[in-house]
Design a binder for this molecule. Structure first.
Ligand code: MLT
Length: 262
C-alpha cells in the first residue's frame, strides 16, 4: 500500500482524556461537529480536523481519494501523539474511517459510523459525481450547493428549520471548488468496504437517520449485521442527524464512549 504525502490539516484539539477523532462528511468542515465538541470535550480529548480542501485546510488539487484523506489523518494523529483513538466518521468521514482502519488498525480503539455505507458507488453514482465535479469546477461551489444540499437534511428539517438550512449552506460554501471537485472524484474511486466488515475487531456503534435522503437506513443495517458485536442506533432526522438532533445523537455517542472508551 503506497501512502500519499500528507497535508497539514487545520484542526481543533480540545479537552483531556482518551482521544476521540471526529471526521466530517462532504462538503463540510469541522464546524459540523460543534454540538459534539461542546459535549465531549468535558470528558475526552476531542480532535476535529478540516479535511484537505475543506474549511481552513489547503486544497492541493487533483483527485483526492479516501487514501489521501486517511494519510492526512494518520499524520495528524502521529504529530499529536494521541495513540489509538475512538474514530467517529460521518458519511464521507465513514468512508475515510474504513481506509484509516485498513491502513493503521493499531490507531483505532473504537469506531462510530454515522450516516455512512460500506458499499462503493454504482456506475450511475460515479457518473453523477463526475458531473458534479465538472459543475463545481466550472460554476463554483454556490451552484453545486443547490444541487447537493437537499440530500443532507430531512424533508422535515428542510421545511421547518431555515436556520439549519442556512447554517449547513454556510459551511458548504466555505469548501474550495478544487477541494469539492477533488473529493467528489475521490469518492467515485473508493472501493467497496463490505469485505472488511466481519474483520473489524473494535467496539462499533452505527448511527443512522430514519429520514436520511442521501444514504438509506438499510446501508446501516447491512453494516450492523456484518460487523461483530456492532450496535445500531436508529434516530429521527436526516443525513446530518448530529446537527438535526444533537441531543439524541450525543446521548448515543456518550453512552457508547462511556462504555468502551473511558
Ligand atoms: C457526505 O455527507 O459526506 C456525502 O453525502 C457522502 C456521499 O456523497 O456519498
Amino acid at each position: 500500500m503506497t501512502t500519499p504525502a500528507p497535508v497539514l490539516l487545520a484542526h481543533d484539539d480540545l479537552g483531556a482524556g482518551r482521544p476521540v477523532l471526529l471526521v466530517h462528511g462532504f462538503p463540510l468542515s469541522r464546524r459540523l461537529w460543534a454540538p459534539q465538541v461542546e459535549e465531549l470535550s468535558s470528558r475526552w480529548r476531542v480532535i476535529a480536523p478540516d479535511l484537505r480542501g475543506h474549511g481552513a485546510s489547503p486544497a492541493p488539487g487533483g483527485t483526492c481519494t479516501m487514501t489521501h484523506h486517511a494519510a492526512d489523518l494518520i499524520a495528524l494523529l502521529e504529530r499529536a501523539q494521541t495513540g489509538p483513538v475512538a474514530l467517529v466518521g460521518l458519511s464521507m468521514g465513514g468512508y475515510i474511517a474504513f481506509e484509516l482502519l485498513r491502513r493503521r488498525p493499531d490507531m483505532v480503539g473504537a469506531l462510530v459510523l454515522a450516516s455512512t455505507r460500506a458499499e462503493a458507488d454504482t456506475d450511475q453514482g460515479k457518473e453523477r459525481r463526475r458531473t458534479l465535479a465538472r459543475m463545481v469546477t466550472e460554476a463554483g461551489v454556490d451552484a453545486f450547493v443547490d444541487e447537493f444540499l437537499p440530500g443532507l437534511l430531512s424533508e422535515t428539517a428542510a421545511r421547518e428549520r431555515p436556520d439549519l438550512v442556512a447554517q449547513v449552506r454556510q459551511i458548504m460554501v466555505e469548501t474550495s471548488p478544487a477541494g469539492a471537485a477533488g473529493s467528489l472524484l475521490g469518492m467515485a474511486e473508493r472501493p467497496a468496504n463490505t469485505r472488511m466488515l466481519d474483520s473489524i475487531g473494535v467496539p462499533t456503534l452505527i448511527v443512522a437517520g430514519r429520514e436520511d435522503r442521501a444514504i438509506p437506513l438499510e446501508a446501516a443495517e447491512t453494516m450492523q449485521r456484518a460487523i461483530p458485536g456492532a450496535t445500531l442506533a436508529r434516530l429521527g432526522g436526516g443525513h446530518l442527524l448530529n446537527l438535526e438532533h444533537p441531543a439524541e445523537f450525543n446521548r448515543e455517542l456518550v453512552r457508547f464512549l462511556h462504555e468502551h472508551w473511558t
